[in-house]
Design a protein around this ligand. Sequence first.
Ligand code: PNS
Length: 162
Amino acid sequence: MSRIAVVPGSFDPVTLGHLDVIGRAANIFDELHVLVVHNPGKSALLPIAQRVSLIQDSIADAKLGDNILVTSWSVGLLVDYCTDVGASVLVKGIRSQVDVAYETPMAIVNRNLAGVETIFMLPDPAHAHVSSSLVRQVASLGGDVAPYVPDAVAAFLQKDRG
Ligand code: PNS
């Protein structure tokens, strides 16, 4: 039986920290689904389709393996997607205790809803300070985000700025 895991998130945009976790998780599971989910609690920078495309480009550039599928989900619960595709595990990157506090209630609710377990994974400490919200802010104010994001994202944001 193949072990399928899902890495869900806003990925607005995908960062080097995300990519690090995606690569590590892809080494552990037979199939990894990177799932872009709209988070109504956050104001979006990029359309969902653009986020998917940037993740695909970043994974290809980093040669992270051919067991990774990138897609999006906008209807219903995250665990409904997991049930649909036969995934029993969610993988979340954890940078700090703040992330643990944010992720723990969601992990418990997802397990109660559908028996889907959550695994917390530590990214390379080099990326511990990187977040999409920081990248959005720096990019919107004209700063250089290249140290924090894959090349495809840096190029896209640069082009977008004109
Ligand atoms: O990258 P983010 O914004 O921290 O990701 C949060 C996300 C999108 C994974 C979370 O908001 C989520 O799981 N949304 C799906 C809706 C859902 O299933 N909610 C109930 C269980 S938490």
